[in-house]
Write a protein that binds this ligand. Structure first.
Ligand code: TYD
Length: 209
């Protein structure tokens, strides 16, 4: 029997530097001789990427947002994540269900029970082995987004939210980390990138069989 691969997710408020680290992490895992699928949410499948376009740019109710996140997630889990893990591949996923608890739950006030119900239906037996929560002070994430915008990048619906929205999202993420400290590791990503990478390498080593 092939041992199941490991499922690693990356989380954090917009501007926390998560996406930079996702690519690096997948590279390190591949260099260690493992097959790795690097993917993201919302997205990760053709339908999921189309839903991502709607989710990031189209106005909708907060409940609809949560439902569409989980619709995209169902496709992603069934078509990509679960088959990869079953083959023994590792999966590095840029955001997963913790993001729905943080953004739709914490940020937009969608009921946690509603989200928990969707989670139980959509992926009852597919949970991350390790979640890296990239954490920066709010002011720093705002400054990073402002620099991106000044550089000519249009901000999406979530990135354009006000500071108090991000304060709630960050608080919800930290709450999840406190509730599940073994799975969710808070990584201070206001430090120099090399320091962050050293810590990621240590966390990864602890995960290896
Ligand atoms: P993000 O992961 O920041 O992508 P990029 O780094 O390419 O900008 O963008 C995804 C956005 O979707 C982000 O603002 C958070 C939001 N999101 C939710 O609100 N709920 C979710 O469940 C997920 C997966 C993402």
């Amino acid at each position: 029997m092939i041992p199941r691969g490991r499922f690693i997710t990356l989380e954090g408020i917009d501007g926390a530097g998560k996406s930079t680290h996702a690519a690096w992490l997948a590279g390190v895992i591949a260099a260690a001789g493992r097959r790795v699928a690097a993917t993201r949410e919302p997205g990760g499948t053709p339908l999921g990427e189309r839903l991502r376009e709607l989710l990031l740019h189209e106005p909708m109710t907060h409940d609809t947002e949560a439902l569409l996140m989980f619709a995209a997630r169902r496709e992603h889990v069934e078509q990509v994540i679960r088959p990869a893990l079953a083959r023994g591949d590792w999966v590095v996923c840029d955001r997963f269900t913790d993001a729905t608890y943080a953004y739709q739950g914490g940020g937009h006030g969608v009921s946690r029970a509603f989200i928990a119900g969707l989670e139980a239906f959509v992926h009852p037996d597919c949970r991350p082995d390790l979640t890296l929560l990239f954490d920066v002070p709010l002011a720093e994430s705002r400054a990073r987004l402002a620099r991106a915008e000044a550089g000519g990048r249009a901000l999406d619906k979530f990135e354009s939210e006000r500071q108090d929205f991000f304060a709630r999202v960050r608080a919800a993420y930290l709450e999840r980390a406190a509730a599940e400290p073994q799975r969710v590791r808070v990584v201070d990503s206001s430090r120099p990138i090399e320091d962050v990478r050293d810590e990621l390498a240590r966390l990864l080593a602890a995960l290896s069989p």
